[in-house]
Design a protein. Structure first.
Length: 244
């Protein structure tokens, strides 16, 4: 990851940690006050919706293969924007501290890949990879003891993604399906009429997402851009607000 990415991840982690700390301190300060939604955690199943933001990244393994002119290009993700995330929640209670959740979400974002030669000179143009991803995670939720109207938790589990917007016009064509793991941290906030949960998660993809079956690029000058990559995997960071 470059410096900007490290800053984003660090800031998100600090925000999640600070939120949990604030919630815990507030719970103790408000000890003795009325509890909201006292039976919310006893429901066998419930539903909700998700709104939030995402940031997408690539982990790129460089091939260091020279192009037809004998030049080696080094790819890297230089910038990434903030995308929008929306989804639904389905939650099954397994016990006092465990839940099973299936939370499909739709995410929109772009990733920009640039190339540099051995002297550090950039290529004439960057490659922008647009993504509209359906994320299908099956998550186990481990909840801490409830503290007044706050309850921190951890989530983790397998996930599969489908990219709906891959385009043959892009010099880097992604495969449609990916699989990997998701994990994160959050805190349930019990409000008078619903639960609100800020949640930070990370998706680590295992599949090599670069589709090298590109007969349209064979023999062209653009073939060097995909040849410069040996393996490409996805990383997705999300900061969401769950309404349940």
């Amino acid at each position: 990851m470059n410096k900007l990415k490290r800053i984003f991840v660090t800031a998100a982690l600090l925000a999640a940690t600070a939120s949990t700390s604030v919630f815990s301190q507030s719970a103790y300060k408000n000890f003795g006050k009325a509890l909201n939604l006292i039976n919310a955690d006893n429901k066998q199943y419930h539903f909700g919706f998700i709104l939030g933001f995402n940031s997408m990244d690539f982990d790129i393994a460089q091939s260091k293969v020279a192009d037809k002119d004998g030049k080696i290009w080094y790819p890297d993700v230089t910038s990434f924007g903030t995308g929008f995330t929306v989804g639904i929640i389905s939650d099954l209670r397994l016990g006092e501290y465990f839940n099973l959740r299936f939370n499909p979400v739709l995410m929109f974002n772009d990733r920009t890949v640039c190339y540099r030669d051995p002297k550090g000179n950039p290529a004439p143009e960057d490659i922008i990879v647009k993504s509209s991803i359906i994320d299908l995670p099956l998550l186990f939720k481990l909840r801490a003891q409830r503290m007044q109207n706050y309850r921190p938790y951890l989530v983790a589990g397998p996930a599969m993604t489908l990219d709906l917007s891959r385009s043959q016009d892009c010099n880097l064509l992604l495969k449609q399906m990916d699989y990997g793991v998701e994990f994160g941290v959050g805190c349930d906030v019990y409000l008078p009429y619903f639960k609100l949960a800020p949640e930070f998660k990370m998706f680590l993809g295992f599949n090599d997402m670069l589709d090298k079956d590109r007969p349209d690029l064979v023999g062209t000058d653009n073939e060097k851009w995909q040849d410069a990559i040996n393996k490409l995997t996805s990383r997705i960071f999300t900061l969401t607000f769950n309404f349940e």
